[in-house]
Design a protein around this ligand. Structure first.
Ligand code: X8Z
Ligand code: ZN
Length: 580
C-alpha cells in the first residue's frame, strides 16, 4: 500500500480518484444487477455477484488506503467524503477475494431463491407466486385458507438458512476489518451520530407513537374477534399474523372493510376507481409523474419509459419487489415493478418515483454525496407525496366525482392508520432482530424463535401455526435475503408526516393535515427540490432543517395528523383490553 497522503490537496485528489473508480464500478455493478433482477438466470446471477464482489473489494481497498488519514485540518466537505467512504455500501467483505466472491454469491442466491418462491395452496392445481399469494391474504376471509397460504409462503425461507448464517459470518468479518463492531453497527453508523445513540433515538421515536399503536391494535383485535370468533382471536393476547390482510402483517389496510367504523367507510375505493377506468400500468405511473411535475420538477426522461420494467414478464423469472434505479448516477432513471391496478400499487409507484426524483436531484454532486441525507429520507419522499393524494386531489385530477363530506374523515384516517401506524413496529422489529443477529446475541438455531419473540413484543402478533426450527421465517421477507437495511422504513414512516406538515404549510394549505395536499404548489416543490439537491453533502439535521425548519426527527406531526382518530379509538376501546 502507498503512503497515506498528508496535505489537504493530496487527500482531496486521492478521494477524487477513489470516487472516479467507484463510480465506474457502481455503474457496471448496477447494470449487472439490473439484468439479473429483470432476467434471472444462473449466468446473470453469477455476473451480478461478480460485479458486486469487485465493487466491495475496491471499496475496502480505498477505505484501508484512506484510514490513516487524520481528518483535522481538512476542509469540511473533504472530511465528510472521507467519512462516507466507509459507509458507502450496505455490505463489506473480508479482503480475501475468495471470501468476497462467496459472500456476494450467497446474497445473489438468496434473493434469487426469494424471487423464485412458489406455493400451491390447497385446492389449487398451479403453483402461485408471491403476488398471487399476497392477493389471497388481502382479499380472502377464510381463516384456514389464509393460514395455508401464509405457511406456504413462509417455507420459502427454509433453503436460505445455511447461506444466511455464512453471510452473517462473512459480512461481520468485512465490517470488522474496517473498524466496525459488526455489520449491524456499520448500518447504525450511517446517521451522523454514534451507533448506540442512534438505537436510543429509534427507541425515543417509538415511545412517542407506541401508545397510539396499542390503541389501534386493541381496536383491530376486538373487530377481528367479532368477525372470526373468540377461538381464533384472543381478547388480550397477540393477533394471529395471517388475519391482518398482509403476508407480513406490516400494513393492515387490506382488512379495512372488516374494521371500518359502522357509520362511515372511506367514502371511495381507489382500486375500484382505477379499475373502472381500465387504467394501464403505464397510466398509473403517469399519474405519479404528473404530481411531481405539478411541483415544478421536470418530467421523467424518455429513457425511463423505454427502459423501466412496469409489468411482470410472462416468459422469465424476475425480482418483482418494487425498486427505483439510476443506472448512470445522473439521469438513467428507471423503476422495476410488477404493477397491478390497485390502490396499494398506486401508493408504491409514488414511493418509487420519490427515489428517482431524489437520485436525479443529487446527480450533480461528488459521487460520495449522491445519496439521501440519511436512508429514511430516501424512503420518505415518495410517501410524502402520497400523503397528498387526498380526496380533493382525486377530484381535481378527475379520478373521483365528488369529495366525500367531512363525516367520512374517520374512515379515511382509519384507512391511513392501518397503512402507516400499523407499519411502525414491523419497521422496528426487522432490524432489531438483525442487529441482534449481527452482534451475536442470537445464535443460528434461535433465528426463527427470536424473530417471533420480537414480532410479538413490538407488533403484538403471533404466527398462526407453531414454527419448527427448520423454518427460517425472516427469509420470507424480501429485505432479509437481499441484504437491505430496514430501519429506514421506520424512520420514513415518521418523517413523511413531518415533511407533509412542513410542505403543506409552505403550500399555504389550511384545514386538517389529512385533507391538505401540496399538488400544484411550486412553493412546496422548491423547498423539496432544494433539500433533495443537498444529497448527502450535509449532516441530516441540516437537510431536515432545510425542509421543515426542525433539526430533530419528531413523531408529533404523525400524532397531529391522526388526532381525531385517536380520540375516537380511545372511545371505542372503553372496556376493551389494550396490550398483549
Ligand atoms: O421495500 C419497500 C419499497 C422499495 S424501497 C417498495 N418498502 C418496504 C416493504 O415493502 O417492506 C416500502 C415500504 C416498506
Ligand atoms: Zn423505497
Amino acid at each position: 500500500m502507498t503512503e497515506a497522503p498528508t496535505s489537504a490537496p493530496e487527500v482531496a485528489a486521492l478521494l477524487d480518484r477513489a470516487e472516479q473508480e467507484l463510480l465506474d464500478l457502481a455503474i457496471e455493478g448496477g447494470r449487472a444487477d439490473w439484468v439479473y433482477a429483470t432476467y434471472i438466470t444462473p449466468d446473470s446471477e453469477a455476473l451480478s455477484a461478480r460485479a458486486n464482489a469487485r465493487m466491495i473489494e475496491r471499496t475496502v481497498h480505498w477505505v484501508k488506503a484512506t484510514s490513516p488519514i487524520r481528518p483535522d485540518g481538512l476542509e469540511g466537505s473533504v472530511r465528510r467524503r472521507l467519512k462516507l467512504l466507509r459507509l458507502a455500501l450496505p455490505l463489506l467483505a473480508p479482503s480475501d477475494p475468495k471470501e468476497s466472491a462467496e459472500l456476494t454469491s450467497i446474497v445473489a442466491a438468496m434473493s434469487g431463491a426469494y424471487a423464485r418462491g412458489r406455493y400451491t395452496p390447497q385446492g389449487e392445481t398451479e403453483p402461485l407466486d408471491l403476488q398471487a399469494l399476497e392477493r389471497i391474504l388481502l382479499t380472502d376471509r377464510n381463516p384456514a385458507r389464509l393460514a395455508d397460504v401464509w405457511s406456504g409462503w413462509h417455507s420459502v425461507g427454509r433453503s436460505m438458512a445455511t447461506g444466511f448464517t455464512r453471510y452473517v459470518e462473512l459480512g461481520n468479518r468485512g465490517a470488522r476489518e474496517v473498524g466496525f463492531d459488526d455489520l449491524g453497527a456499520m448500518w447504525r453508523s450511517k446517521y451522523d451520530m454514534a451507533p448506540d445513540a442512534f438505537a436510543t433515538e429509534v427507541d425515543r421515536l417509538w415511545e412517542q407513537v407506541r401508545p397510539f399503536y396499542a390503541s389501534l391494535h386493541a381496536y383491530v383485535r376486538s373487530r377481528l374477534r367479532a368477525h372470526y370468533g373468540a377461538s381464533l382471536v384472543p381478547a388480550d393476547g397477540p393477533i394471529p399474523a395471517h388475519l391482518l390482510g398482509n403476508m407480513w402483517a406490516q400494513e393492515w389496510q387490506g382488512i379495512f372493510p372488516l374494521v371500518a367504523p359502522p357509520t362511515a367507510g372511506a367514502g371511495y375505493d381507489l382500486t375500484q376507481l382505477l379499475v373502472a377506468r381500465s387504467t394501464t400500468p403505464e397510466e398509473m405511473v403517469r399519474y405519479a409523474e404528473r404530481f411531481f411535475v405539478s411541483l415544478g420538477l421536470d418530467p421523467l426522461p424518455s429513457s425511463f419509459w423505454e427502459r423501466s420494467m412496469l409489468v411482470r414478464p410472462r416468459d422469465r423469472e424476475v425480482i418483482c419487489h418494487a425498486s427505483a434505479w439510476d443506472l448512470d448516477y445522473v439521469d438513467d432513471l428507471r423503476i422495476k415493478m410488477c404493477i397491478e391496478i390497485t390502490s396499494e400499487d398506486f401508493a408504491t409507484i409514488h414511493h418509487e418515483l420519490g427515489h428517482n426524483y431524489y437520485q436525479r436531484a443529487y446527480g450533480h454532486l461528488p459521487f460520495l454525496f449522491r445519496d439521501s441525507a440519511h436512508d429514511g429520507f430516501h424512503e420518505a419522499i415518495g410517501d410524502t407525496v402520497g400523503l397528498s393524494v387526498t380526496p380533493e386531489y382525486l377530484v381535481r385530477i378527475g379520478l373521483l366525482g365528488a369529495s366525500p363530506p367531512s363525516d367520512a374523515d374517520l374512515g379515511l384516517l382509519l384507512y391511513r392508520a392501518l397503512e402507516k401506524v400499523a407499519f411502525l413496529p414491523f419497521g422496528l422489529a426487522v432490524d432489531r432482530w438483525r442487529w441482534d443477529v449481527f452482534a451475536g446475541r442470537i445464535a443460528p438455531r434461535d433465528y426463527t424463535r427470536s424473530w417471533w419473540e420480537l414480532r410479538r413484543r413490538y407488533q403484538g402478533i403471533a404466527p398462526p401455526t407453531a414454527r419448527a426450527e427448520t423454518e427460517f421465517d425472516p427469509g420470507a421477507k424480501f429485505h432479509v435475503p437481499a441484504n437491505v437495511p430496514y430501519m429506514r422504513y421506520f424512520l420514513a414512516h415518521i418523517l413523511q408526516f413531518q415533511f407533509h406538515r412542513a410542505l403543506t404549510r409552505a403550500a399555504g394549505a389550511s384545514g386538517p393535515l389529512h385533507r391538505a395536499s401540496i399538488y400544484g404548489s411550486h412553493a412546496a416543490g422548491d423547498r423539496l427540490r432544494a433539500t433533495l439537491a443537498l444529497g448527502q453533502s450535509r449532516e441530516w439535521p441540516d437537510a431536515l432543517e432545510a425542509l421543515t425548519g426542525e433539526r430533530q426527527m419528531d413523531a408529533s406531526a404523525m400524532l397531529d395528523y391522526f388526532a381525531p382518530l385517536r380520540k375516537w379509538l380511545d372511545e371505542q376501546n372503553r372496556g376493551v383490553p389494550v396490550g398483549w
